[in-house]
Design a binder for this molecule. Structure first.
Ligand SMILES: [Zn+2]
Length: 114
């Protein structure tokens, strides 16, 4: 399951960061996820909550910030927000395009106690 592997990746990097910072309890985690990853926030949080105990992060709450997808048409240069997984320019009908935004996947912050 897609969301499960995202949850695992988040938990692994949080555990690593918390160890590096000498944090014993992690309480809040904030991640930035681009729309291009097609992650369903609700599923991600469910998976996260199911798995966090295994990583010693049982007290951590996950907060998700999303970045909307933005694509640039290769033909006319229009920048648009695609509604479908297949990008089609609303201006000239050209398919495909360069993703300008929405590919992000970052750990924004970890809050906790030492
Ligand atoms: Zn176009």
């Amino acid at each position: 399951m897609h969301e499960g592997s995202f949850a695992r990746a988040i938990l692994l990097s949080v555990r690593r960061e918390a160890q590096r910072a000498g944090m014993r309890r992690v309480l809040k985690i904030k991640v930035l996820i681009g729309e291009a990853h097609a992650v369903v926030e609700e599923f991600l949080k469910t998976m996260f909550d199911m798995m966090k105990g295994e990583y010693g992060l049982g007290e951590a709450a996950l907060e998700v910030e999303k970045v909307e997808l933005e694509v640039k048409c290769p033909a006319c240069g229009k920048i648009y927000h695609p509604r479908d997984p297949v990008f089609i320019c609303p201006e000239c009908g050209t398919p495909g395009g360069e993703i300008l935004r929405g590919n992000e996947l970052h750990l924004l912050s970890i809050e906790g106690e030492k």
